[in-house]
Design a protein around this ligand. Structure first.
Ligand SMILES: *Cc1c(COP(=O)(O)O)cnc(C)c1O
Length: 419
């Protein structure tokens, strides 16, 4: 009898998915560390999002666009030849099956569009006429330019000049879609610097402009909003796993830049403790400072771009230089929900190097006829290692976050430099 009354009196512990709190905290992480000028813009966004969250018409409209315009649901696909290759040599019955959640088949070629269409609709709800965005690999820039064209909004995209060089194809795409691309020449001329400039623009333009942040980073409510829009990936994946595999997969692997494709596929599995969730950061050339982009694996808590999370920083708290062969992972910060998942142990974080990603890129192209993005190739590289340690009847789902058409020139250059 006493145990029953105790059970009734003990509040249920919160689920891992029940974050952030109303202050935008994921455990100790997150929050909104912003200048005064942005406070009212963030409050306006919180208000609008509060209203649409319970508005079935908003989600019906979004769902309809994701179906007819974006091409959702994206397939869950068994990478049979890649699996066979991974099993070669060893006992052929050993080694997990590798499956792909095909976000590369979404319109514009990556998961980014799930977020830009959602935030584009929010922009219209707020009565604003212009969007701005930052971009690294150019995928978020293309997805933002696409949403802007589709919804009749003006669009300016900030991009580091180093990334403009590496991702020329996407720069051309953005311009053709009617967006204005603003080259950023400060700092390391990559994603962090583009984000700084976009934030500066927003401070002077909040009245008519919405800043579409491209990942689960930035001040509250961005990490929550972007996660919610991307969580369609995991929700679909769960239903597809049950229908196609007859059960949930043993492990899910995703690459982590800012962390939006990973958060998108992980979120619906956060409370399914039997599913291992693994995030793969950019190991770059080595674990030396400046040679990688792995804040969760090698960084420490700090504030960057308006929120508290893991950051790569030097002893004085200055943001460190980063390196990755993939422009989309080349960022010293990461979303606060990942910091929370790291510290509570729900998600494991690891790294894959430039070389491992390049090998996985070529192997996937040649065995599957799928050219993955260099970002995604980091996740595939780790899945190949992980598969070998798992029994033959187990399944790994890799979030195939995007296609690699944008990377073929850069990969050619990197291959030419190989000894
Ligand atoms: C932008 C991008 C990433 C990295 O961003 P996340 O927010 O970590 O998902 C990964 N893969 C592809 C294909 C991208 O375009």
């Amino acid at each position: 009898m006493s145990t029953i009354s105790n059970d009734l009196q003990t509040p249920r512990p919160p689920l891992i998915s029940e974050v952030p709190d109303e202050r935008g905290r994921f455990g100790q992480f997150g929050g909104a560390y912003v200048p005064e000028t942005l406070v009212s813009a963030l409050e306006q966004l919180i208000d609008v999002y509060d209203r649409v969250r319970s508005d079935e018409r908003f989600w019906d409209e979004l769902r309809s666009l994701l179906t007819t315009y974006v091409g959702r649901p994206t397939p869950l696909y068994f990478a049979q030849r890649l699996t066979k290759h991974a099993r070669k040599g060893a006992d052929r019955t050993k080694g997990a099956e590798i499956w792909f959640k095909r976000e590369d088949l979404a319109h514009t070629g990556a998961h980014k569009i799930n977020n830009t269409i959602g935030q584009g609709l929010l922009t219209k709800k707020m009565g604003k006429r212009r969007i701005i965005a930052e971009t690294g690999a150019g995928q978020h820039g293309v997805a933002s330019a696409t949403a802007a064209a589709f919804l009749g909004l003006e669009c300016d995209v900030y991009m580091g000049s180093e990334d403009v060089r590496r991702q020329r194809l996407n720069v051309t795409r953005m311009k053709m879609l009617g967006a204005n691309v603003i080259e950023v020449n400060s700092g390391s001329r990559t994603l962090k610097d583009a984000t700084n400039e976009a934030m500066r623009d927003w401070m002077g333009s909040v009245e008519h402009t919405h800043y579409i942040i491209g990942s689960v980073v930035g001040p509250h409510p961005f990490p929550m909003i972007v996660r919610d829009f991307q969580s369609i990936i995991g929700r679909e994946c769960k239903g597809q796993s049950i229908r196609q595999l007859g059960k949930l997969p043993e492990a899910i692997v995703a690459c982590v830049g800012g962390g939006s494709n990973a958060a998108g596929i992980f979120y619906d599995f956060a409370d399914d403790k039997g599913v291992r969730l693994i995030g793969v950061e950019a190991g770059g050339r080595s674990r030396e400072p400046g040679q990688h982009a792995a804040p969760l694996s090698l960084g420490s808590p700090g504030i960057l771009h308006g929120s508290l999370s893991y950051v790569l920083q030097d002893a004085n708290g200055q943001t460190a230089d980063v390196h990755s062969c993939s422009a989309g992972l080349d960022y010293p910060g990461v979303g606060p929900e990942h910091a929370y998942w790291k510290d509570n142990g729900r998600v494991e974080y690891t790294t894959a190097t430039d070389d491992e990603a390049l090998d996985a890129f070529l192997l996937t192209a040649r065995t599957e006829g799928i050219i993955p993005a260099l970002e995604t190739s980091h996740a595939i590289a780790h899945a190949l290692k992980l598969a070998a340690t798992m029994p033959g009847e187990s399944r790994i789902v890799v979030n195939l976050s995007g296609r690699g058409d944008k990377d073929v020139e850069e990969v050619g250059r990197l291959l030419a430099m190989r000894p």
